[in-house]
Design a protein around this ligand. Structure first.
Ligand code: SF4
Length: 225
């Protein structure tokens, strides 16, 4: 790997090596959550919207009850805000509660109750940005679609030694890395793997470089050694 790629996109070969090591790590260390046990795009979409500002264990607390009460688009489109508020109370999302009914109504009206299968259509929905769209497409539909959140951005910065703007999630070269990363076989697994890796190993404050399977090629680890 080039020692100092800075604002360039790393080579496809480097990204493939990075990807295969993360997936190997994930095969032994993946986390299990109810929204990972379904391919129902409606449940994946709603879970991903909840996960944007909330911890996974909080979402786990409401997941079963929410989808028992509202198992599909039609049921959630008809939900009363007060009832939704009660169920979602542990998430502390009171001000966002109406958005869940709203997104369901948008799917019903614009897309005949079918969760869209393209990024362009998904991002027309309330509460759905590039990250949630990429997550739904890759996790529910297994499409080769990229995701970048602040954790993934941090990992790219550290491992590849790239420079980014302040909110680098929208930088072209960052998105290019994420696209190449998701462009191979099994994008669902690859994207879940990088989410778990950034949550458990390459964490914000104390990355576990000692035990990290990427350390030999990681720019940050090489600088610190
Ligand atoms: S070696 Fe350290 S900084 Fe590099 S990817 Fe692993 S945990 Fe992150």
């Amino acid at each position: 790997m080039k020692n100092n790629p800075k604002e360039e996109t790393p080579s496809v070969k480097d990204i493939r090596i990075f990807r295969s090591r993360i997936i190997r790590w994930f095969n032994k260390n993946s986390r299990t959550y109810p929204w990972r046990e379904t391919r129902d795009p409606f449940k994946v979409l709603i879970a991903e919207i909840m996960l944007r500002r909330t911890k996974a264990d909080q979402v786990e607390q409401v997941y079963e009850r929410l989808f028992t009460e509202y198992p599909d688009v039609e049921a959630m489109a008809n939900a009363e805000d007060r009832k939704l508020e009660q169920i979602l109370y542990p998430l502390g999302l009171k001000w966002r509660t109406p958005a869940f009914g709203l997104v369901a109504r948008e799917v019903r009206e614009k897309y005949k109750c079918k969760i869209p299968e393209t990024r362009e259509e998904l991002t027309t929905l309330t509460g759905v940005g590039e990250y949630v769209a990429g997550a739904v497409l890759s996790i529910a539909y297994d499409k080769k679609e990229w995701i970048v959140d602040s954790n993934i951005l941090r990992l790219f910065r550290r491992y590849f030694g790239i420079k980014t703007s302040k909110d680098g999630r929208r930088d072209k070269h960052v998105i290019e890395i994420a696209k190449i990363y998701a462009s191979e076989r099994n994008p669902r697994k690859a994207n879940l793997a990088i989410l778990d890796f950034t949550a458990l190993v390459c964490t914000p404050r104390k990355p576990d470089c000692e035990k990290c399977p990427l350390r030999k090629r990681c720019h940050y680890a090489l600088l610190c050694s």
